[in-house]
Design a protein around this ligand. Structure first.
Ligand code: RUB
Length: 320
């Protein structure tokens, strides 16, 4: 059977970035499983195949934000375990899916709240910060430090080509924080004035490398050179389990029209345009990763994950 229009809409919205930012993508994708589930009628085996199909469609929308497959894994692994242990009524399975979706959303929201608390402790009165792109978790840390009464200023890079930095600048400035918007290439120019860089993450690898919006690694390099502290604010579900097995995190490359208009491309057929959406910041350039379980260095991050979740994820691709 086909999927409900509201489900298809979420799939399209994630692809086109109307829904964006790793945490939000994960929450909305997981909620979309519920929309699909509610629209189902039929037998149990058919239901399981149908939910797996919905999961595959969601997982294929954007390849880099690992929060998306991790959110789907959370729900699907639990649902499949119920199914395999004999739960065989569609209504009961739907109820369970509902419960697991709620659980994941609660975990995600609470994680961001804890990270704001732990991250804000690392920000001092008088700090000048710099952030890149539009990370809800990094913004949470900055707002929390401000709400605690710390006098802070924030530089925000505009984040070409999609200008997510404008959203961040709006969010911080409307919160009362002194905010300066700069072009991405001005990051090094201002770096000596910056005390701390605070960014989010789309994925974190087993070696502690962080994948985030294109340009992050250049900023990290400039911060490293200027001895400016570099902080990543990320929930543990941004960890990429695939990287434990030597697989690389896929970097999304988007349409070139995000970079230059079509007419320009047509006038300049000899120019090749590339548009990678993310890059990899090596662990050497990262001072701390703030998670909901505490603050760690990048090399400690995978150990924290192992200790908390164990080595083996029940199934890496439960949707297959
Ligand atoms: C957004 C981006 C954000 C991370 C973290 O990229 O790189 O820094 O997703 O965000 P895009 P959050 O705009 O391409 O989705 O902290 O909200 O999960």
């Amino acid at each position: 059977m086909g999927y409900p229009d509201d489900f298809i809409r979420v799939v399209e919205d994630i692809k086109s970035m109307r829904i964006r930012g790793a945490a939000r993508i994960a929450r909305e994708a997981v909620s979309a499983l519920r929309v699909a589930s509610e629209g189902f009628s039929g037998g149990v085996e058919e239901y399981i195949d149908y939910i797996k199909g919905a999961a595959r469609m969601l997982v294929n929308t954007r390849p880099t934000a690992v929060s998306l497959p991790n959110g789907i894994r959370y729900v699907l692994n639990k649902l499949l375990s119920d199914y395999r242990s004999g739960l065989d009524s569609v209504e009961q399975l739907k109820d369970r899916l509902d419960r697991y979706v709620d659980e994941f959303i609660r975990i995600s929201v609470e994680a961001a709240e804890k990270i704001a608390v732990y991250g804000a402790r690392r920000i001092e009165d008088g700090d000048v910060l710099l952030t890149h792109c539009n990370s809800s978790v990094a913004i949470g840390v900055i707002k929390r430090a401000f709400d605690e009464g710390k006098s802070i200023k924030v530089f925000v890079t505009e984040t070409r080509p999609r200008y997510q930095g404008r959203l961040t600048a709006e969010a911080l400035s409307s919160h009362g924080i002194e905010t300066t918007l700069i072009v991405d290439s001005a990051a090094r120019y201002y770096m000596n004035e910056i005390d701390k860089v605070v960014v989010g993450a789309d994925a974190i690898a087993a070696n502690g490398a962080v994948v985030n919006k294109i340009g992050t690694s250049q900023i990290a390099l400039a911060a490293h050179e200027a001895r400016t502290s570099f902080m990543v604010a990320a929930e543990t579900y941004k960890f990429s389990p695939d990287t434990l097995f030597g697989r690389l995190i896929k970097i999304e490359e988007r349409e070139v029209e995000e970079v230059v208009p079509r007419e320009w491309l047509e006038k300049n057929p000899g120019v090749r345009v590339r548009n990678p959406a993310f890059d990899v910041t090596p662990p050497e350039y990262i001072d701390l990763i703030v998670t909901e379980l505490g603050v760690v260095s990048p090399s400690m991050f995978p150990l924290l994950i192992m200790e908390r979740y164990g080595l083996v994820y029940s199934e890496l691709e439960p949707w297959e």
